[in-house]
Write a protein that binds this ligand. Sequence first.
Ligand code: NAP
Length: 210
Amino acid sequence: MNVTVVGTGDMGGALVRALAPHHQVRWTGRDVRVTERRVEALGLSGQVGVAELARALDADVVILALWHRHLAAFAREHADLLVGRIVVDIANPFTQDFEDFTLGFDTSAAEELQRLLPRSRVVGAFKNTFVAVFDAPHFEGGESDVLVTSDDERARAAVRALLAPLPFRVLDAGALRNNRVIERMTLLSREVGRRHGFTRRLSYRLLGAP
Ligand SMILES: NC(=O)c1ccc[n+]([C@@H]2O[C@H](COP(=O)([O-])OP(=O)(O)OC[C@H]3O[C@@H](n4cnc5c(N)ncnc54)[C@H](OP(=O)(O)O)[C@@H]3O)[C@@H](O)[C@H]2O)c1
């Protein structure tokens, strides 16, 4: 499987670093020179392809490491190039001050993206994985969970397979509507974490036994 990561910010960098040893990865953003500088800064030269945005979207899986508030414009502009593709949404719909969400309880960022891209197969993942967790995903109770959602069962399975070599426990979390809860889990963890002094490296793991 080949994968393209869109967005050269914190999560884009963390995802590219995690995926590059296992898959054919291309990284892209609004400015190819910025992407090249990021590849160099992260010591990934030769391990990751850099391409202009429009040319990089012909991948099996396209991961959008962008803010929810930028996704509508992105989807409108690139919908045709994303037809039939698996599009991974990692966004939580935070307000500018990160204290709340811009969406109500009756929808989620992932569902909104699927509405904007009806001919693509949207998959939600990494909603609860704070960027610092990528560097240290093992907690006392085990690895951090990544909850994978989609209304397309095959797309969900494909993304779970893509993420399987990464140092997380990758769980099937069902349909996209579950992101109404999953995304709000991030908001809750941020607040509870802040109250108890774990502010950057925090994550979820569901306790259970077969
Ligand atoms: N940070 C976390 O711990 C964390 C955890 C879980 C989920 N998330 C989600 O991950 C997403 C990205 O977070 P991040 O921390 O990586 O943010 P970030 O560091 O600010 O990166 C966001 C990237 O979006 C692109 N961008 C900026 N302005 C844009 C615009 N006007 N239009 C289109 N693209 C624009 C930029 O990449 P280019 O310049 O390359 O285009 C920028 O680097 C968010 O939706 C967030 O909710 C973050």
